[in-house]
Design a protein around this ligand. Structure first.
Ligand code: DLL
Length: 434
């Protein structure tokens, strides 16, 4: 058995110890931003809060929020808390609209981040005997560099393929006997599909675990990927503003993701009133990074819609768990007044035997919103007769209606006609904004 990177002392620490650590780090961090980030100090002053008002995590709610709008306003250096001389890296979001978020890291920050990723790999059963293929993009995106660093810390033999060149990915998995695969869930599904086309079955590849995140994916998609690749698939969550992947990760129980609470304090707020909600409520996830030096996000509003639970986890870890984010509040579509999350549509499609190859088209005709779901048939479905295909289409329309409460038009399209993604999939095209 290989050597683990299990930090039991901290990952399974009693609640009082975690709170003790958080209290101490929070106080230090508030002082740090007050002294070094005039942008945030001004926000504190406007709210009439000074560092002395923050003694424990119960005082967190007195602090002002930060949002993406603040990051844009303060771009590029306005939220950096350390002299640039101490910063050693930037990473940036994959966002395509507006100014990108640029996050800064000191050596300490990189270490902390890679540590979080190492915990995630360990929780997925990884040890120094594993061969870990990192097929997230490398470069400005945090996926590749984060998991690469985590894999080193665990001591895995790391294969930094980055994303793309699917046949080469599969060749490396087979030739170098990769046991762990890290990439987006949509790319994992694509790899599985390509493998099948090459005539390979799950038994032909040595993979046994996958660490997939960076986008919302349903339980149904997890089962599909597990089947096609013959692995156990683990979820990992994070965002550039807070470092990258590894803010939270799944353990063997797979009942939510443990948030690394020695580094991040999580809250759930009502996105409209900004009020903190009690445990178990659904709302917007907000994080305070209590240990980062260069880019200390305070009460950062993620826009991810989520729930937290402190119920005891049988894996032994005591850190709070977050559920799979339901989607981002800014991904939520309001169609004819009804809230629709792409993840709800995905669930219906996969429950009906389709794969996660779909696109959601939203438009407006005569002042009324239109919702069209384009979904690929599998090759077997495609060979059915027209009557059969029409029946399938009506079944989807009915199931979507009962899931969403509104009617969606369904277009069943040929296999392979929807573009595959090597990174985060683009699921929604909203033509109403144009
Ligand atoms: O996606 C960091 C990451 C890389 C996470 C690799 C996991 C694996 P950003 O590009 O800044 O960073 O995007 C962050 O992606 O606010 C969520 O909306 C979404 N997201 C990330 N992980 C998950 C997940 C990276 N496991 C944004 N489930 C976040 C659902 C996720 N959504």
């Amino acid at each position: 058995m290989g050597e683990h990177y299990y930090q039991e002392e901290i990952e399974c620490a009693p609640r009082e110890r975690i709170i003790g650590i958080q209290n101490e780090k929070l106080k230090r961090q508030v002082k740090n931003v007050w002294d070094n980030v005039p942008y945030y100090r001004k926000k504190m002053e406007e709210k009439g809060v000074s560092p002395d008002d923050i003694q424990t995590i119960d005082d967190l709610k007195k602090l002002p929020f930060l949002s993406k709008a603040d990051l844009r306003e303060a771009y590029p250096y306005g939220l950096v808390a350390r002299p640039l001389k101490e910063c050693v890296r930037i990473q940036s979001t994959s966002g395509t609209t507006g100014k990108r978020v640029v996050a800064f890291y000191t050596r300490h920050d990189i270490d902390l981040w890679e540590d979080c990723c190492a915990r995630a790999i360990c929780a997925a059963g990884g040890t120094d005997e594993d061969v870990c293929q990192v097929s997230y993009g490398y470069g400005l995106f945090t996926g590749g560099p984060g998991l690469n660093g985590g894999s080193h810390k665990v001591g895995c033999l790391t294969i930094p393929t980055s994303s793309g060149n699917t046949e080469r990915q599969i060749m490396f998995i087979r030739d170098l006997s990769a046991t762990i695969l890290c990439c987006t869930p949509s790319y994992a599904a694509y790899l599985g599909e390509s493998m099948k086309e090459m005539g390979l079955s799950p038994d032909d590849i040595p993979l046994r675990a996958g660490i997939f995140g960076a986008e919302a994916w349903s339980e149904e998609m997890r089962h599909d990927i597990e089947k096609t690749l013959g692995i156990k698939a683990f979820d990992i969550y994070g965002l550039t503003e807070l470092s990258g992947p590894g803010v939270a990760f799944e353990c063997s129980e797979q009942k939510g993701m443990h948030i690394n609470e020695d580094h991040f304090i999580a809250e759930i707020i009502d996105p409209d009133t900004q009020e903190v909600l009690p445990e178990g409520s659904e709302g917007e996830l907000v994080f305070t990074a209590i240990d980062k030096e260069a880019f200390p996000m305070m009460r950062y509003r993620t826009r991810d819609i989520c729930m937290l639970t402190r119920e005891k986890c049988s894996c032994g870890r005591t850190h709070v768990r977050m559920c799979k984010p339901k989607g981002r509040s800014d991904d939520m579509l309001i169609i004819r007044g009804v809230n629709v999350f792409p993840s709800q549509i995905e669930t219906v499609l996969l429950n009906n035997g389709y794969q996660a190859n779909y696109q959601i088209l939203v438009g407006r005709v005569n002042n009324t919103d239109t919702l069209d779901v384009m979904v690929e048939m599998t090759p077997e479905m495609f060979s059915d007769d027209v009557g059969e295909i029409e029946k399938r289409q009506s079944k989807l329309v009915a199931d979507l209606k009962s899931m969403l409460g509104i009617k969606a038009n369904v277009r069943l399209v040929e296999p392979k006609s929807i573009t595959r993604s090597e990174g985060k999939a683009v699921r929604v095209i909203d033509n109403r904004k144009i």
